[in-house]
Design a protein around this ligand. Sequence first.
Ligand code: ADP
Ligand code: MG
Length: 235
Amino acid sequence: MNNLLEVKNLSKTYYTKEKEIKALDNISFKINKDDYIAIIGPSGSGKSTLLSLLSGNEKETCGNIIKKDNLKIGYMFQSDLLFEWLTVYENCLLGLKISNDLTKENISNVIRLLKKYDLYEFKDNYPKSLSGGMRQRVALIRTLVIKPDILLLDEPFSKLDYQNRLIVSSDVINIIKNEKISLILVTHDINEAIRMCDRIIVFSKRPSVIKKEYIIKNDDYQKYYDMIWNDLYEK
Ligand code: ADP
Ligand code: MG
């Protein structure tokens, strides 16, 4: 089946003591294999909420998330969440350890990934000795070792400076494409969305509905940039 996941009429409301916050309102879309989707929208529009629902960390209020059988979802947050007291290698093995999957095959996959993405010689280093970009690659490898079908990235580059953001984001998309993983990238950077993804879903202000969806078909990046800018900032 080409369709990995379908989101159908998804809504999420948070109930706090003082008020109800409707974060997502009737969101529907599908993710196919080899889709690279960016979700872009104002701050507080429910982007992180959507990823939490997709990863199963939170429960939807209404609607459905229909997943292909045995679908594996990887999730990487804004901060890389590497454990400073573990080496690069130990950090990468952590997920496998927790899920009791430290098989020979999985361990050699970790080593393959470290070698392929230029981290093998740093495998016994501690995270604090690495650059921001290298840390992001370690975090990505740690997520890839569970062999996800879809990777969820929540503003993963926002803590890096501009120059590094360009380098790391192109590293990351290359790795994801090489490993044949589909992507949902949450970002507020229009350029990043256009460069990395081939579908862009624009969320409205809260309660978020899908305001627009773009398929990036050609290299006319400026045209897409202008349209998405208007969606986000027009009065
Ligand atoms: P985004 O990632 O687009 O900036 P979020 O998904 O983090 O937005 O949040 C959407 C809205 O839901 C915000 O108004 C936020 O304050 C609210 N929200 C998120 N998580 C919770 C929670 N656990 N409890 C209450 N409100 C929440
Ligand atoms: Mg967020």
